[in-house]
Every structure is written in C-alpha cells, then in structure tokens.
Design a protein around this ligand. Structure first.
Ligand SMILES: Nc1ncnc2c1ncn2[C@@H]1O[C@H](COP(=O)(O)OP(=O)(O)OP(=O)(O)O)[C@@H](O)[C@H]1O
Ligand SMILES: [Mg+2]
Length: 393
C-alpha cells in the first residue's frame, strides 16, 4: 500500500505481499511446458519482467517469434533465416483467412488487419504501423516484410493496363529498399546492416484497394559517418560496393584503382552480403536512375573518398595556408576532378576563411590544420546528404 509520509508517497510492500507475489510467479512458471502456448502477453498473470520474459523465451525456443501484447505485436529476432516464416503461401493464408485475428501472431496478421481496416470503411481512414525497437531488433526486416505483403496483396488489378501500372509500382516499392539501404545503412558494432536514418513510408491505395503510389520520406541521416567511423564500424555500404564491385573500365573512369587505401573506408577487408553492388545498381535502374546518371553519382562518391585522403600539415609560417604533401595534392586534384570543382577553388575553400567586416571589407585568413579538416569533413557531409536526399525523395 502506498504510504504518505512527510507529504511524499512511499512504496511499502509487506512481507506477506512479497511472498504472495513470489508464489504467484512460481505458480505461473511451474507449468513451463505450456508457457509457449501463451500467444498474448495480456494473458500473463502476474505481469512481471520475469514472467513476460520467460514466456517469450519459451516461445523463442520452439521457433515462435511473434507474440501479441494486446493490440501490439512483439517480434523477436531469430537471427537466422526461418524457412516458411515469410513464404508467399503463408502470406496468402493470412490474406484469405476469414478472421485474421484467429491466425497465429505474425507481422502478416498486423499487415492484413490494417488492410482490412481500409477495405471495411466507406470513408477509409488512414492506417499507420509503427515499427520500433533497439538497433538490430529487426525493424528494417519487418518493414521489408510489410512492403512485400502489400506489394503482393494489393497488386491484383483487373485490367491488363492496370496490371502493368501496379507491377511497376510494386517493383518500385520493393526496389526502394536496396537503394535506401546502400546509401543509408552501415555496419555498426550492433548490426552489420544498421539503418543510420529514420524513414516514413506511405503507400497509397485506390478505391479498389490496389496500390497506386508510394512515397518514402527519410530524415536524420547520420551524415557524420561519411567522414568519421567509430572503431570497428564502417562507412555507408555504397562506398564499399563501388570500390569492390566496379568493373575495370569503371575503376578507370571513377578513378578507383585497386589497392589504394582510403581513410574513410575502414574495415573494407570485411566482406558482407550488403557489399553487393549489382543489387543496388539494378534497383536504381528500376527506379529510373539510368546508367549515365548512376555513373555521375558514383563519380561523386569516389570524389568524396579521395577528399578524405586530403591531409593537411601546419605551415612553418602561420600567416600561410596549411601545406599538403605531394600525395595529398594528388588526392585533392582527383577529388576536384570527380566533384567538378577546380582544384585551386577546392583548396582555397578548405584552407582559407573569408571574413566580411562591415559592408565592404573582406579579409582572407588561413585556417589552422584542425579547421581545414573540419571544413573538408563538412563539405563531404553536405555533398553526401544532398545526394542521398535527391535519390530518396
Ligand atoms: N524476422 C527475421 N528473420 C530472420 N532474420 C532476421 C529477422 N529480423 C532481423 N533479422 C536479422 O537481424 C539483422 C538485424 O535486423 P534489422 O537490420 O532489421 O535491425 P534494425 O532494427 O533495423 O536495426 P537498426 O536500428 O540498427 O537499423 C538482419 O540483418 C537479419 O540478419
Ligand atoms: Mg534498420
């Protein structure tokens, strides 16, 4: 019973209450064989961290990764492919079920229920699904499952012309994933495919409940990662994809000879599934980004890698701009070529600060080594952010 003392509430649990609750927890857990059968956490009694976790653990052990919690769904990450868990047949089963609530907890049940909520209304009300969890929990995976579900379920248009349109939209919806992930995901300590941005995906249906359009808004891209990667982490996947997957001809054109080390490309010896360049290229192509536009994008990305290798050293005379070693000069020249900025202009903007005093007076002041580095990193972040933004919106 809460006790009021000196105007402050204090939780006071008696010995009796404590032993009662231990007994209840004990009684609940004693039937361990049946714990996995609890498919809704609202049926757990008493609700304690232990009972809820034990229940989820028991279900996980028998490959039941989804559990309802009232109107929410708790998804556990199996961390391995589970056959048939996302098959087209299962998708159909959930879609055709008379009452989706009667089916086992699953992300398809949530997807179907939401779809039915739209179908069942005369004046449809927008439906939202929030996918949340800590890094590595499976949000991106779950979002992909939802998009696959809607792309399949809402794709049965009647007329052949309509069919083409829907297929195109469906393909575009699914193809947006590899592109978003290539430019916005990176390998971190917790997840080798960690999304470094938030996204808001909208799918629009017509009055026949067929997919007619889709839009993706992204926000809070972790642009800092372009110029700084924590130890044992990596830059965005796309940089590894171009350096590993470019053809000999492209290497020449993008100035990416093999064997060159880039400071902004740590841990590139690690090969990940996410390093596959072909998937990103095909997806970009289907999204309407043709080969020549892709070429230009990859040249700019290569330019950023070269920019990262432009290192400065303090000048002997402080009134002079920071110096560059010969190697750094070469990298600056290549970066300028690829970014289409004359190298003198690039170096001036990185090494010299322009101060405007009053209306007329303009002073030029050489930057310190640290300032030059900050300016270089900022330039890379701005360029990358603009590119990713253009590709996604
Ligand atoms: N349902 C699932 N079945 C099989 N593997 C899964 C499932 N969900 C997640 N995984 C595995 O876990 C990894 C991490 O999942 P995911 O990238 O979706 O996490 P996230 O919540 O998006 O993390 P972040 O916040 O870092 O982006 C996936 O790459 C995949 O290997
Ligand atoms: Mg993610």
């Amino acid at each position: 019973m809460p006790k009021q003392e000196n105007g402050q509430k204090e939780e006071c649990v008696t010995k009796n209450e404590l032993s009662e609750s231990f007994e209840e927890v004990g009684a609940f857990l004693s039937d361990e064989e049946k714990l996995h059968l609890i498919d809704d956490l609202t049926k757990v009694n008493p609700v304690t961290t232990t009972t809820v976790l034990k229940c989820l653990q028991a279900r996980y052990r028998v490959n039941l990764f989804y559990t309802n919690a009232g109107c929410s769904l708790v998804a556990l990450n199996p961390f391995q492919p589970v056959s048939c868990l996302y098959s087209p047949e299962l998708m159909r089963e959930y879609h055709l079920a008379l009452k989706s609530q009667d089916l086992k907890p699953h992300i398809f049940a949530v997807a179907e229920e939401t779809y039915r909520n739209i179908q069942g209304q005369i004046d449809p009300v927008n439906q939202s699904i929030i996918v949340s969890g800590e890094s590595g929990a499976g949000k991106t995976w779950t979002s992909r499952c939802l998009m696959k579900f809607y792309a399949s379920v809402a794709a049965s248009a009647i007329s052949p012309k309509g069919n083409e349109t829907v297929e195109r939209i469906e393909k575009r919806v699914l193809d947006s994933n590899p592109v978003m992930e290539a430019f916005g995901n990176a390998c971190t300590l917790r997840n080798s495919n960690s999304s470094r941005f938030g996204k808001y995906i909208q799918l629009q249906l017509d009055r026949f409940h067929h997919l007619t359009s889709a839009s993706v808004q992204t926000f809070l891209l972790e642009k800092t990662r372009v110029a700084y990667q924590a130890p044992s982490e990596r830059n965005f996947h796309i940089f590894y994809q171009i350096t590993k997957g470019a053809t000999a001809e492209e290497r020449l054109e993008w100035n990416l000879p093999e064997g060159v080390e880039y400071r902004w490309l740590p841990n590139s010896e690690r090969n990940l599934d996410e390093d596959c360049f072909e998937v990103t290229r095909d997806a970009m192509f289907h999204l309407g980004i043709d080969r020549s536009m892709q070429n230009n994008i990859f040249k700019v990305l290569s330019g950023l890698l070269h920019l990262g290798n432009v290192q400065f050293s303090n000048p002997v005379d402080e009134s002079q701009p920071c110096e560059l070693e010969d190697k750094a000069k070469d990298f600056a020249k290549t970066a300028g070529d690829l970014l289409k900025i004359p190298v003198e202009e690039l170096l001036e903007s990185l090494r010299i600060r322009t101060i405007t005093a009053g209306k007329q007076q303009v002073f030029k002041k050489p930057c310190s080594k640290a300032e030059c580095e900050t300016r270089r990193d900022c330039l890379a972040k701005v360029i990358y952010g603009k590119f990713a933004g253009c590709l996604w919106f």
